[in-house]
Structures are given as C-alpha cells and as structure tokens.
Design a protein around this ligand. Structure first.
Ligand SMILES: Nc1nc2c([nH]c(=O)n2[C@@H]2O[C@H](COP(=O)(O)OP(=O)(O)OP(=O)(O)O)[C@@H](O)[C@H]2O)c(=O)[nH]1
Ligand SMILES: [Mg+2]
Length: 131
C-alpha cells in the first residue's frame, strides 16, 4: 500500500476568497479541484514542502503559514496524510504555473463535492466559517 505525505496551501485573500486549481486529467483524482500542494520530500518539513510546492505550482512565495489541520485518508490503493496550511500572506500573484485551470472562489461557496474525498472535513469547516 502506498503511503503518501502531502502538504497543501489554502491561499486566502482579504476578500475571503480562496485560490483553487483543477487536477490534471491524467492524475490521481483527475478533474477534482484542489488546494495547490504535493508530496513532502525526504528531509523536508511539511511547512518547507508547502512553500516549495506553492512556488512550483502557482508561482507565489508564501510568507505566513498556519497549520490548520492534519488528516489521514484511506483510498483503496493508498493512504495519504494531508497537512492543510492557511496562507494569508505571500509575494506574487498566484496563477496556474503548470497550465492547470484555476479560480478564486468565495470561501462560503466552497463545495466539498468538487474536491477529493480526503478534503471533505476541511472544506466543510471552511464553508461554515470555522477558520
Ligand atoms: N495537492 C493536493 N493533493 C490532494 C488534495 N486532496 C487530496 O486528496 N490530494 C491527493 O494528494 C496527493 C497529492 O499529490 P500531488 O499529485 O499534488 O503531488 P505532487 O504535486 O508532488 O505531484 P507529482 O507527484 O506529480 O510531482 C494526490 O494523491 C491527490 O489526489 C488537495 O487538496 N491538494
Ligand atoms: Mg501537486
């Protein structure tokens, strides 16, 4: 069974909108929307990983990161541990650096059905203004 450790960034602006991107057609959870991020490499802390991933995937330099939650999810073929970081201060303007579709969405409009199942609890908490 594959065991993956993932760090993702919930990029939120002052209008309480969140930047999300769409997963590539060829990837795991293809077509779902996600918080940008990816696998923690060996020797990295979760925070170092999310800083690197946000640079690689959406072209920003994250300045302040707050760990909101760490969740484990069991897929039929893999177990993933997800670290969710709130990012409210960064340099640059996020974009789909790898060509992936992206959008800003009001936090209150988030829909857990658009995200992979592992995101359900955090998306619901965000939608209900718990963060
Ligand atoms: N980035 C991201 N991945 C998520 C989220 N929710 C979720 O279940 N995942 C899962 O976590 C894993 C993240 O891997 P990734 O494909 O982003 O990893 P990566 O950026 O290092 O990509 P690479 O392996 O293609 O270089 C995938 O299995 C993905 O389906 C999310 O909100 N954001
Ligand atoms: Mg990724």
């Amino acid at each position: 069974m594959k065991q993956l450790n993932i760090s993702v960034g919930i990029i939120r602006n002052t209008q309480k909108e969140i930047f999300i991107t769409q997963r590539d057609a060829s990837s795991h959870m293809a077509g779902f929307w996600e918080f940008p991020g990816g696998k923690i490499e060996s020797g990295e802390t979760p925070e170092q990983a999310v800083i690197r991933e946000l640079q690689e995937e959406v072209g920003i330099e994250a300045i302040s990161l707050v760990l909101l939650d760490t969740l484990e999810h069991r897929f039929p073929d893999r177990i993933i541990t997800l670290h969710f970081f709130m990012v409210e201060d960064w340099k640059g303007e996020p974009y789909g650096k790898e060509g992936q579709p992206k959008r800003w969405i009001a936090q209150s409009q988030l829909n857990e059905a658009e995200f992979p199942p592992a995101n359900e609890a955090i998306v619901r908490a965000l939608k209900n203004n718990q963060f």
